[in-house]
Every structure is written in C-alpha cells, then in structure tokens.
Write a new protein. Structure first.
Length: 265
C-alpha cells in the first residue's frame, strides 16, 4: 500500500484494504471487511465496523461510528453492508448503520455529501449526492434522501419517508410524510411551504421555469383535490407547461407510499 499512514495505536483487522494515500489516525478501529479508496482520512478514535465499502477522498472525523449493527430487533447478525461513494465528509460523532434483510441489506451514501456533527443515518437508508445534513439531523431506517437536499439542524425523518431532489427542510422539523422535489418544508409536524427558489436559482433554472413551478404548487395547495387527484386530473394539469421541476414533483406525488406532507397555512 503506497503512501498509507497507519498510526501505531490504530487497530485494523486482516481484511481491511486501504487505497493509496489513506491516513488512519490514533486509536481508530477498522474491524471487518472494509475497503477504503484512495486518500481517505480516518481521524482519531473513529470506528469502522462490519462490511463497509467507501470510495475515494472520504474524511471521517473523530469519534465517527460507521457500519455498526442496525437498531432493529429483527437483525440477527446477517452479513449486511454500508456502501459509501466519494468525497464525503463525516463530522464528529456521525453514525451510519448497516442494512437489514427487511430491505436490500445495504445502507447507501452517495458522493460529495456533508454530514455535520452528531448526524445519524439509520439502516437501509439511501442518501443521494451533494446533500448537506446539518448538526444532529436524524435519519430513521428505510429513508430515501435524494440529491442536493439540505436537511437543517435537529431535524428528524421518520421511517419509509422520501425527501425529494433539491428540497430544503427547516430546522427542528419532524418529517413524517414525503416531501416532493424542489420544495421547502418546515414545522413540527412538517408542512410544505413552497418551492425552493434559491436552490433552483443556484442550479441554473430559468426564471420562467421557476415561476411556472411556483404557480403549479400554489394550484395544488388551493385545489379541493388531494395532490394525487390533482396531478391525475387532465383538466387541472392542462393549465401548466411541463418542465423538469413540475414533472419531478408529479412523479414524486404519484410514487409516494406514505403520502405527501400537508401545506402550511
């Protein structure tokens, strides 16, 4: 292993594979079938355990716990996994639990994510790419967080909930229903506030496309129909020009299994 630095107090099991340029800090423990890609950093006192595969450039700050057994009473020691992409930052005390056989046996984290201190990712959850999970955000089991989501501090996502692409969730929010893509939501329990205009501008969407999407969401909010009935109604939908944002919101509503969060008053 070229240019690998392992501190003398670190403990690594024989199945650990480290890519070029990895740094393993003091008193860290890597125990299991663990593969770290190039240039990963494991800071002091972190624990990576079980079956964990991580790509390049991941940084695990001190006291992280990655790959521990799930907090699920059905788990009986099965060989389940954690899979991590590239260039993620796991700040202090982040915990990520491996999957269960209730789903696909794997917890997945994409690439270029920032998981701030004390964030927890439960078993069988899937985190997309370029997400920011702020301090003490808690993700239950079987949750899907799609790309470019910002989940503010002290927020909690219930089991089986999906937070759509580009959504922004306010602080101290309990999310117990799905949030469609590109929406903002807040409150306890969570309610949809509107379109994430700032996030869409940052992604380069035109003013016209954003305006159409704002009007579309307002129409759903003011309608006597439920969100699903609205998007299934051809007359209602004929009013709107289809664009990428509207199409994604429609798909999220139609695919929701737990239902869409209510709108704020």
């Amino acid at each position: 292993m070229k240019n690998v630095q392992v501190h003398s107090t670190a403990i690594l099991s024989e199945n650990v594979q480290l890519g070029e340029g990895c740094i393993i800090g003091p008193y860290s423990i890597l125990d299991g079938d663990i593969t770290l890609g190039k240039n990963c950093i494991v800071e002091p006192h972190s624990v990576i355990k079980g079956s964990v595969e991580a790509g390049e450039g991941n940084h695990f700050f001190q006291f992280c716990s990655i790959g521990e057994v799930p907090q699920d009473l059905s788990y009986k020691g099965e060989d389940t996994k954690v899979q991590i992409g590239d260039h993620n930052t796991f700040r202090e005390y982040v915990s990520v639990h491996r999957g269960t056989l209730k789903q696909d046996g794997i917890t997945i984290i994409g690439s270029n994510n920032l998981l701030m201190a004390h964030t927890h990712i439960g078993h069988d959850s899937q985190i997309g790419n370029s997400c920011i999970l702020v301090n003490s955000a808690n993700i239950a089991g079987h949750v899907v967080i799609k790309d470019r989501v910002i989940l503010s501090g002290a927020s909690a996502v219930s089991q089986f909930v999906t937070v759509g692409k580009g959504a922004y969730i306010g602080g101290s929010t309990t999310i117990d229903r799905d949030i469609p893509s590109f929406c903002t939501a807040l409150g306890n329990r969570v309610k949809i506030k509107g379109i994430n205009i700032i996030g869409l501008r940052r992604q380069g969407f035109s003013r016209e496309v954003i305006a159409e999407s704002v009007e579309f969401l307002r129409a759903i909010e003011s309608s006597a129909f439920s969100p699903r009935s609205f998007v299934e109604n051809k007359e209602e939908m004929a009013t709107f020009e289809r664009n990428e944002i509207i199409e994604q919101i429609v798909a999220d509503i139609l695919n929701s299994k737990v239902g869409i969060a209510a709108f704020s008053n």
